[in-house]
Design a protein around this ligand. Structure first.
Ligand SMILES: Nc1ncnc2c1ncn2[C@@H]1O[C@H](COP(=O)(O)OP(=O)(O)OP(=O)(O)O)[C@@H](O)[C@H]1O
Ligand SMILES: N[C@@H](CCO)C(=O)O
Length: 323
């Protein structure tokens, strides 16, 4: 499904000859994923993923993503750092697309995560923040609070056909205006993942993290915002019902590894509301602009709207520590 751009064995062999990675043994398209084309590559020296960047990933930011994952990898964090060509480059071109050859990480993302998975995921999010704290580059959050008004505007033309979409957007105009008045300015920030969902965290059979992939929304923002994005992903059913024991397992494990300040804890309900708005909006945009002939199924915006409703009922960040 997600092999948008074909690559033949000969094309792959010619491309890979720029690296010191031995001879190509096997090339396999990966069906999963919706944004980029991915292949699993086996050579005489090991396993890699070959990613061809499709339109959704901003070309100009590829050096940031590659440098960040290389930085994390060199610090011993399980990120898929890029292999370097003999020229020292990490980004190449194949069949008209920019591409990178990155480390293949072991494990599988958890289809039915429980509290053990949530705790390990929370610990590794904190490790990600610590390992990236001295990464010197900056990238604005292209999906952050400063663009939510613009996302609402982009949804508006097609939302006119749906009373439900109109109602959500009307609610969000007020929500975003209010969030802007209370959004913190001075909390600890640095490089964050910004899309730390279950399908981006690989684990072993004991529910321990073995790899964290897909850094193509990584950016500079508040660490506590990334925590809220992540417990919103891990701490609810796919339909958006809260699982307080999953949220608390995630948050407590994070806090043990990277203790949160009182100000960060106090900001969690706001950040949880903001991140619920962000994912409702991007999902709503994709749904409103979906062509039924596309194979990729749009994700459900309502599941994130329900999260927003849950967080609106909480007024203390301490609440997320308890189930
Ligand atoms: N470096 C890697 N190591 C191991 N497996 C990987 C790696 N990169 C990708 N995969 C596998 O390929 C699948 C699809 O990759 P990914 O989720 O990055 O696709 P995408 O289309 O770029 O992203 P998304 O669907 O989240 O927008 C993953 O679920 C994982 O199974
Ligand atoms: N994780 C996002 C998709 C973008 O990677 C979502 O579930 O809406």
């Amino acid at each position: 499904m997600a092999v948008f751009t074909k690559v033949s064995l000969d094309e792959a062999r010619a491309y890979l000859s720029q690296y010191e990675i031995g001879d190509l043994l096997h090339l396999e398209g990966i069906e999963e994923g919706v944004s980029n084309t991915n292949f699993k590559v086996e050579t005489t020296t090991g396993l890699y993923a070959l990613t061809l960047f499709e339109a959704a990933t901003p070309e100009a930011d590829l050096p940031y993503f590659m440098d960040y994952t290389l930085h994390l990898d060199r610090k011993g964090y399980p990120a898929p750092g890029p292999a370097l060509m003999r020229s020292g480059e990490s980004i190449g071109r194949i069949n008209g697309k920019s591409c990178a050859l990155i480390k293949w990480l072991p494990g599988r993302w958890p289809r039915n995560p429980d509290v053990r998975h949530a705790a390990s995921a929370g610990e590794y999010l904190a490790k990600l923040h610590t390992a990236g704290a001295d990464f010197p580059q900056h990238r604005d959050n292209s999906m952050g609070i400063s663009v939510w008004d613009h996302l609402i505007e982009r949804c508006e033309p097609r939302a006119a056909q749906s009373a439900r979409a109109e109602a959500i957007l009307s609610d969000f105009r007020a929500e975003v205006a209010w969030l802007k008045t209370v959004w913190p300015e001075t909390l600890p920030k640095g490089a964050i993942h910004a899309d730390y969902f279950t399908d981006n965290v690989l684990m072993d059979d004991d529910g321990q993290v073995t790899g964290v992939i897909d850094y193509y929304y990584a950016c500079t923002d508040f660490y506590a915002y990334d925590l809220a994005v992540s417990f919103n992903a891990w701490g609810f059913t796919p339909g958006g019902q809260p699982l307080p024991e999953m949220i608390s397992a995630f948050v407590n494990a994070y806090h043990k590894e990277r203790p949160l300040s009182e100000a960060e804890i106090a900001a969690l309900p706001l950040f949880a509301r903001g991140s619920a708005v962000r994912f409702t909006l991007t999902r709503l945009y994709d749904l409103l602009n979906h062509d039924p002939s596309w194979v990729v199924k749009p994700k459900d915006p309502e599941a994130f709207y329900r999260r927003l409703e849950y967080h609106r009922g909480l007024n203390s960040g301490r609440r997320y520590f308890k189930s």
